[in-house]
Each structure stands twice: as C-alpha cells, then as structure tokens.
Design a protein around this ligand. Structure first.
Ligand SMILES: C[S@@+](CC[C@H](N)C(=O)[O-])C[C@H]1O[C@@H](n2cnc3c(N)ncnc32)[C@H](O)[C@@H]1O
Length: 268
C-alpha cells in the first residue's frame, strides 16, 4: 500500500468536506489509505496526490462518486434505536385516526434497513391506507443495495419475528443465506440520491424525517445548513428524529424538543 503524505491527506479532507460536508479527523489517515488504496492500483497511479489530481481535474465524475462511496461510513441495521419505531407507530395511528396519509423520509438511508424498518411498521399499522417511504443517501453504492432489498441472513436478528415472517423471504439457490424484502413492501419504498450538503430537490413534505447517525460526521456549520434545509420538508406538526448520540444543541432551528432525539416542527 502506498504511503500518504500529510499534504495529500489534507487534500482528501478538503475533498470530502466540499462534496459531502463530512469532517475527516486528523487521525483518519489509515481510513483513507485503507479505503482508497485499491483505486490507485485500479488506475495504475503511484501516489495519493496523483489520485487527488484525478478527482479534482473535473474529467472523472464517476471516480468522484466512487471516492465518495468509499469515504462514507454506511453502518446501519434494521430497527436501530427501537424507541423511534414505537414513536413512528403512535404517529401513524394518530394520522390514520385523523384521516391523513403518512409520509416518511429516511434522509441518510444507507443500504435501506432504516427505510424498510419504517415500511414494516407502516404496513402493519396502516395496511393499504396511503403511506409512503422515501430513502435517500449520497452514496450510489448503498442505494443500489437498498433498491435490491437483499441482505445477509444474519441481518434478520434485529427484525421482529412476526415481521420477518410477513415481510421477508428466505433466499434459496443463488440467494441461499440471504433474506429478501417482499415485493409488496419494496413497492412502497422509493430510493434516490440526495446530497444533504446541497440545496434539496423537491422531495415534498413529510410527517416524519429520520436523520440519524450522519450528523456525527458533520461540522457544526454543515449541520446547521443540513438541519435548516431538512426542517423545511417537515410538515407543521410533523416530527424529526436524530441519532441518540447526536444533538441539535448550538444550532439555530425552530424545532421543539419532545425527547432527547425527537423534535416537532411547530404548527397545527
Ligand atoms: C452511518 S450511516 C446511517 C444510516 C442510518 N441512518 C442509520 O442510522 O442506521 C450514514 C449514512 O449517511 C450518508 N451520508 C454521508 N454524508 C451524506 C450527505 N452529505 N448527504 C447524504 N447522505 C450522506 C452515508 O453515505 C451513510 O450511508
């Protein structure tokens, strides 16, 4: 593996900050060489400086996407932070009682486990009533996995057994050892690429937005921009969930805190 100089590492810090708003700590040199080393080999490039030239030359947008995919951390699992799913059920049941549909955005969805967990709860409590889940991420690689809805079987351990029976199929033949999200559930969940560090496309308004375990990678300045943009997509009276290890302290926002990681947009 090629060594990386301090100056080269600083260029990668700048690159991922500019593209994704992600702050790479000074201690993350091994992460950069571990994840990007194979791209140098792929291009027969001798140094990280040359690879950075390729990324910044404006001639290799596909390579920029690959580098962003490799530098993002995509850890996730089904029903992570279960209290949010209890809260989701309460809100969805209240919306049904009020005769409203229900829309949820999983705004850093990674490979889709969060969006499908939401969909399982909504299918369970709303059935065929109108509801929709949008899952977005900056990484195309994880979005492709999300859209397929095929996961290693060991991922099933966080899915409640009744949901596993109802919404997941056990892979056979070439899918042996995998679970496949049922077609009925997959057709209620849409995935697409959204970079939260840029102006948002028109995604509509949501009853609940989940923005979990991504702001830990953002500086306060990036967080401020992201939260301001995302908050406009929450309907008045709708809700916003962040990861349990995250906080909106120190940011300007008009959200009312209901619990440590749950906020409400003021309004009727
Ligand atoms: C650790 S995962 C969290 C997944 C899920 N929300 C959860 O809590 O399990 C963080 C995700 O944020 C995505 N991400 C990082 N920067 C982003 C940005 N600027 N815009 C959109 N997604 C981003 C990464 O690609 C990664 O998939």
């Amino acid at each position: 593996m090629q060594p990386i100089t301090r100056g080269e590492f600083v260029r990668f810090q700048r690159f991922i900050l500019d593209h994704a708003g992600i702050t790479l700590a000074d201690s993350k040199q091994a992460l950069v060489t571990g994840r990007l080393g194979k791209r140098l080999n792929h291009h027969h490039i001798e140094s990280y400086g040359e690879y950075c030239d390729l990324l910044q030359g404006g001639t290799a947008p596909d390579e920029v996407q690959i580098a962003v995919d490799l530098l993002t951390t995509n850890e996730t699992y089904f029903f992570r932070e279960p209290k949010h799913f209890e809260f989701l059920r309460e809100q969805a049941v209240a919306a049904r009682a009020a005769g409203r549909g229900f829309r949820v955005w999983s705004a850093a969805s990674s490979s889709g486990e969060e969006a499908y967990s939401v969909a399982m709860v909504l299918a369970d409590c709303l059935g065929e009533a109108p509801w929709e889940v949008l899952g977005t991420d900056i990484s195309l690689q994880v979005l492709q996995r999300a859209a397929r809805g095929v996961y290693p079987m060991e991922r099933a351990r966080h899915v409640p057994p009744a949901f596993l029976r109802r919404f997941c199929m056990k892979g056979t033949d070439r899918f042996e050892g995998t679970l496949l999200i049922s077609k009925d559930l997959r057709r209620r969940v849409r995935f697409g690429q959204v970079n939260l560090n840029e102006p948002l496309p028109d995604v509509g308004t949501f009853d609940l937005v989940l923005l979990r375990n991504v702001m830990i990678y953002f500086s306060n300045e990036t967080k401020q921009g992201v939260v301001s943009r995302v908050a406009t997509t929450i309907r008045h009276g709708g809700h916003f969930c962040i990861g349990h290890s995250e906080t909106l302290n120190g940011l300007n926002h008009a959200l009312e805190q209901l619990a440590p990681s749950i906020y409400r947009r003021a309004g009727p």
